[in-house]
Structure formats: C-alpha cells, structure tokens
Design a protein around this ligand. Structure first.
Ligand code: PEP
Ligand code: MN
Length: 352
C-alpha cells in the first residue's frame, strides 16, 4: 500500500502516519518529493486497512498496490503456466499453455450419440486435441435446450474414447461436480457462473483442470479473483477463457475483448484461450476472430462444431460445419508458426 500525503502536509502529520503503521508491526518508508510526500507500507494489508489511514490529517489518498489474486498472479509464478488435461498412467495430458495453440472443439450441446460422435470426429480431424460438449446447460432463454444431463455425460465420454480426445464439459451446480468429474477430464465453469463461489470452491477442491469463462459483465480483476477462489482450494490447474463482454454494440451478442489476452498475461501466469463463437454468435466471424486470438497471443480457441449446424438444438448460427472447420484448421496450421507457436497435433484428415 502507498499513502499519498496532501501537498503541504506537515512533518507532524507524516510522522503520525508512520508511527501508526509501525505500531501494527508494519514498516513505513517515506519519500519526500518537491510537492508531495508518499509513504510506502510493507506488512499485513488487512491490518493497514483497519487503521483507516485515509481519514488521518494530511492524507490525500491510500492506494492498494498488491493484488487480491495472489496465487494466480505473476507474483506467485512469474513464468507462464501450462495446464495438462486428461493425463493418465497411459497417456500424457494435452497441454494448454505457452508454445502450443490448442483447439478445443465439439458440439455446443450433446444431442445424441450419433451427432456427438460425428462432431467429435470432425473436431479431431481438424486438429482439436480436446473434445468440448455440453451436457448440463443453463441458457439465458428458459425455453432453450438445457442439455441431456447425465445421459449426455455418458455420450460425451463414449465420443472421447472413440476419438482418443480428453473431454471438457460444463458443470453448473456445486452438487454435480463429482458426477461430472467422473466423466470429464476438465470442468468448465460458464460465464453465468463465474461468480458462483460455491461452484468455484467445489471445482477447486477436486483438483481436476478447470476452464473458467469470463462473466459477461465481469472485469478482468473480478475474473482473476474468481480464479483465485479455485486456486485457494489448492487447484492451480485453471485455464481462463475470454468469451466476450456486454457493451453498447448490438451487432453481436457480446464484444470479444481481445485485449484481455495480453492484459491477463501481464497480470497472471494462467493460460488463456478465446471463445470467438459465443462472443460473436456468428459462424462468419469465427475465423477472423480466431486469427485475432492467435495473433494476440492466446493459448488456444474454443469452437462449436456440428455435423448439421442448421439443425442444431442450440447455437447453430455460430457452429461450424465440415467445410468451415476445415478452413479454420488450415488457417491455424498456416499461422501458428508465424507467431512462434506449434499447432496442436493434427490428426490424419478423415472424410466428414
Ligand atoms: C458454452 O460454452 O457452451 C456457453 C454457454 O458459453 P458461455 O458460458 O460463455 O455463455
Ligand atoms: Mn454453445
């Protein structure tokens, strides 16, 4: 913390601040400028806060310089982290982090075994190394498809086994975390639940990798504080996902905050991916926004794919079909070396 004294603050006022800080066991370092004096405080921030220094005579402001997200902040780990998803005794985990560019893809919602197997195969053939699909969904319109629940988890796990891809799926309730974790390799916390602290505690307690989407109205600091909830439970296997925020612009459901990628990287060691589909809601914007994510330094992207997007039970307008996902895959393959990254392993192309 830094105490900024008012211009014209007297020596007695400065001394009063210093001695109040020292009485709590903290240290105070005074720097006198031509017009202003600032006092740097070192010690227990909560105890300093209780001193109410802002109300002391001669004090202009008290500024917090330490962050409220210590474990996910760069102070805890100055190197960027890699999260490994789906690591078992027999297979290495899929890395999400610096160096690689990871494609997470799959059906927005698991609708049936056939549809999920087909979407999973499209994803794998396009170079996806993680299969993402929804079984528990909480869409904003109450009449929209809410997912197959437990039956959807079975299907997803089967598609994961068939393609060899670890599975990522959303969990919406703290009480479902153990159930979902039996089937999934990574648990997604959706935008609407970013500040569901019971859920964050529950996924934190489990230790499995967590995909934490940014709330539609959340600041970057609030998002990192949400990640800190998970981390405080001992789970630092967190991947952040920028998925657009609400702005005054109505053309797209959310405005993709591409600057969040480098901003987060300047504050946190956690990997960050981008979801261009939920931000834009439009298939034609997925490719340009994916290129932007890669160029901005994101560690991967999350894409909805569907064998028949026009017949999808949810998010069809933003889902990629066969030709679109092939085009995206080839753009990623061409661009990743340009920005100094490796593409995710590309599987042998299979006919869709
Ligand atoms: C999703 O990823 O399927 C989803 C609903 O996204 P969000 O939580 O970002 O709205
Ligand atoms: Mn979706």
């Amino acid at each position: 913390m830094v105490v900024l004294m008012a211009s014209g603050a007297t020596d007695t006022q400065i001394e009063a601040v210093v001695s109040r800080v020292r009485r709590t066991g903290g240290e105070a370092f005074v720097s006198r400028g031509v017009h202003r004096t600032i006092i740097g405080l070192v010690g227990d921030v909560d105890r300093f806060r209780a001193l109410n220094l802002r109300r002391m005579a001669g004090v202009a402001d008290v500024i917090r310089v330490s962050t409220p997200y210590k474990l996910v902040g760069l102070g805890h780990n100055p190197e960027r982290s890699t999260v490994y998803v789906g690591e078992t005794d027999t297979r290495p985990g899929v890395p999400v982090g610096p160096g690689v560019f990871t494609l997470l893809a799959g059906p927005c919602a698991v609708e049936s075994l056939d549809q999920t197997l087909e979407a999973a195969e499209m994803a794998r053939a396009a170079g996806a190394t993680l299969l993402r699909g929804g079984a528990f969904r909480q869409p904003s319109p109450p009449q929209a498809f809410r997912g197959l629940g437990r039956a959807g988890l079975h299907i997803l796990a089967e598609a994961g086994q068939a393609t060899g891809l670890p599975v990522v799926t959303e969990v919406t309730e703290a009480s479902d975390v153990e159930l979902v974790a039996r089937y999934a390799d990574m648990l997604q916390v959706g935008a609407r639940n970013m500040q569901n602290y019971a859920l964050l505690d529950a996924v934190g307690g489990l230790g499995k990798p967590v995909l934490l989407k940014r709330g539609i109205q959340a600041t970057i600091e609030e998002w990192l504080m949400a990640a800190e909830y998970v981390a405080q439970r001992g789970n630092l296997n967190i991947v952040l996902c920028e998925r657009g925020i609400r702005t005054f612009e109505p053309t797209t459901p959310a405005t993709l905050d591409i600057s969040a990628v480098p901003v987060v990287q300047s504050l946190s060691h956690l990997p960050i991916i981008v979801d261009p589909a939920h931000a834009s809601g439009r298939r034609d914007l997925v490719l340009p926004l994916s290129r932007a994510a890669l160029a901005a330094g994101a560690d991967g992207i999350l894409i909805d794919v569907h064998p028949d997007p026009d017949a999808a039970l949810c998010d069809g307008p933003q889902a990629l079909g066969g030709p679109d996902i092939r085009e995206l895959a080839s753009a990623i393959r061409r661009l990743t070396p340009v920005v100094g990254r490796r593409s995710a392993e590309v599987a042998t192309p299979a006919p869709f």
